[in-house]
Design a binder for this molecule. Structure first.
Ligand code: UDP
Length: 488
């Protein structure tokens, strides 16, 4: 039984109008008789850095012959645009808002989202199940590790589920380690600068201070969120937007420790394009880049959540200006605390920027990084930005703010050696020096660029036919065909 002609409580986007249950009966029967494509359901975290890779994953799986349903919260919904016209979108009613994010902070926001969504998600998911001709039509449900509330529904409905981690495997290992530390002892240890700078046992080359603690909540909050996120519960597998050429030992470690298959299938942005920007991209910066010299521009972005104080912005502008390099700077509205946009910055800032720089509120980042004028990326080192930069062979200036960004920055600097870490207070002299080291002065920057290009080639090879990520995706898809997928 699959027919319920009453409009389901879960809000439908335009795309779902073509769903069988809204067609008149004779048409439905015809469709049922045809071979029905198996469906994969995706459950993203409503934040840019999570939405982008899960939609890319959806595209990759769609190209393998699956139908895709995205169940999302009302907050930060992906639009069912042309690019996703074949996808079905369902919305869980009644979720949180931007002001909840401001008042709760990112960690508590996620925890609350998990509390309040569980019942309405189950209801929404139950409706979707009723629409299927048979339960087997749903091949599996893939949920972002931070949407762990949804696992309860899959357990109840006895459907196979898979965790998708939008960070890398090393950060997952770290979250797993952090979820077991004694918070009081860790906080005392971290007060000692010597401890902060020493290697964390078993996580070489990460130091205590590189562990992905969050700046958006207390250590206790991080620990309790991480223990939920790394708990594989009844999941049959874990997928990573990563590649074995980047972090083979962490992937092997997880393969051993998690006791379910681990599939590194990234970088997804190379494997499957899926434009899913939640903000409007200002393309005028491409015109501006067209007028700059090759590899001369520093592109600056702190991702979708990073904030920066007035005084740091001013020091940065001074240092960039003194370096004499052109720069393209993404300043999101609301990213300067206490200011709508840049109006609280002194006149000097606008003057320095107008001489050498160009500011946008949101850029078409992948296109920017691909542009021949871009010589370096000043980044907060979010995992998507990191992959996108490596994917274009662009070396980085690493200024992590929180969480896994610190892990990524350490790997960029010490393992892949394609980034310079900028630590401590921001001062114009250090900013000028780091830009010159990366872009202007001889060997160091050139070597980093060369290594970045080598790594780019390895990443491209990994998603090509026969490459490790491509094979891993095929293995995952094949595993969905096996009867015992749920028991894996
Ligand atoms: N991004 C973008 N335009 C911008 C800044 C960022 O399209 O001006 C995209 C970027 O390409 C990346 C995502 O936003 O895919 C940010 O994800 P990331 O993991 O780097 O950081 P987060 O926002 O999660 O901190």
């Amino acid at each position: 039984m699959f027919l319920k002609l009453s409009y389901p409580q879960c809000i439908r986007s335009k795309v779902s109008i073509c769903l069988p249950e809204l067609l008149p009966f004779p048409h439905r029967r015809k469709m049922d008789e045809k071979q029905v494509k198996r469906r994969i359901v995706l459950v993203p975290v409503p934040a840019q850095g999570h939405v982008t890779p899960i939609m890319q994953l959806g595209k990759a799986l769609h190209s393998k012959g699956f139908s895709i349903t995205v169940i999302q919260t009302q907050y930060n919904r992906v639009s069912s645009s042309q690019d996703f016209s074949d996808f079905q979108f369902l919305t869980i009613p009644g979720t949180l808002t931007d002001s909840d994010l401001q008042s709760l902070g990112a960690l508590r926001f996620l925890m609350k989202l998990n509390q309040i969504c569980e019942a309405s998600f189950k209801h929404c998911f139950g409706q979707l199940l009723q629409e299927q001709v048979s339960r087997d039509d749903i091949a599996c449900v893939i949920y972002d590790e931070y949407m762990y509330f949804s696992a309860a529904a899959f357990k109840e409905f006895q459907l196979p589920s898979v965790i998708f981690s939008t960070t890398n495997a090393t950060a997952f290992v770290c979250r797993s380690v952090l979820s077991k530390v004694n918070a009081d002892k860790f906080l005392i240890d971290m007060k000692d600068p010597e401890v902060q700078n020493s290697l964390f046992p078993g996580l070489h080359p990460l130091r205590y201070k590189d562990l992905p603690t969050s700046a958006f909540g207390t250590l206790e909050d991080s620990i309790s969120l991480y223990s939920e996120a790394v708990n594989t519960r009844t999941a049959s597998a874990v997928i990573f937007n990563s590649a074995s050429c980047l972090e083979s030992s962490s992937l092997l470690r997880l393969q051993r420790e998690l006791q379910v298959p681990v599939y590194p299938i990234g970088p997804l942005h190379i494997a499957a394009s899926a434009p899913s920007s939640l903000l409007e991209e200002d393309r005028s910066c491409i015109e501006w880049l067209n007028k700059q010299e090759p590899t001369s521009v520093v592109y600056i972005s702190l991702g979708s959540l990073g904030l920066m104080e007035n005084k740091d912005m001013l020091e940065m502008a001074r240092g960039l200006s003194n370096s004499n390099q052109p720069f393209l700077w993404v300043i999101r509205p609301g990213s300067v605390p206490g200011s709508e946009w840049t109006e609280s910055l002194p006149e000097e800032f606008s003057k320095l920027v107008s001489e050498r720089g160009y500011i946008v509120k949101w850029a078409p980042q992948m296109e920017v990084l691909r542009h021949p004028a871009v010589g370096g990326f000043w980044s907060h080192c979010g995992w998507n930005s990191t992959l996108e930069s490596i994917g274009e062979g662009v070396p980085m200036i690493c200024r992590p703010i929180t969480g896994d960004q610190k892990v990524n920055a350490r790997y960029l600097e010490c393992v892949w050696r394609i980034g310079i870490r900028l630590e401590g207070e921001l001062e114009k002299e250090t900013v000028e020096r780091v830009v010159k080291r990366l872009i202007v002065l001889g060997e160091e920057g050139a070597d980093m660029r060369k290594r970045a290009i080598d790594l780019k080639e390895k990443l491209e090879a990994s998603v090509r036919s026969g490459g490790s990520s491509c094979s891993s995706l095929d293995n995952f898809v094949n595993s969905l065909k096996t009867k015992n997928f749920m028991q894996q």
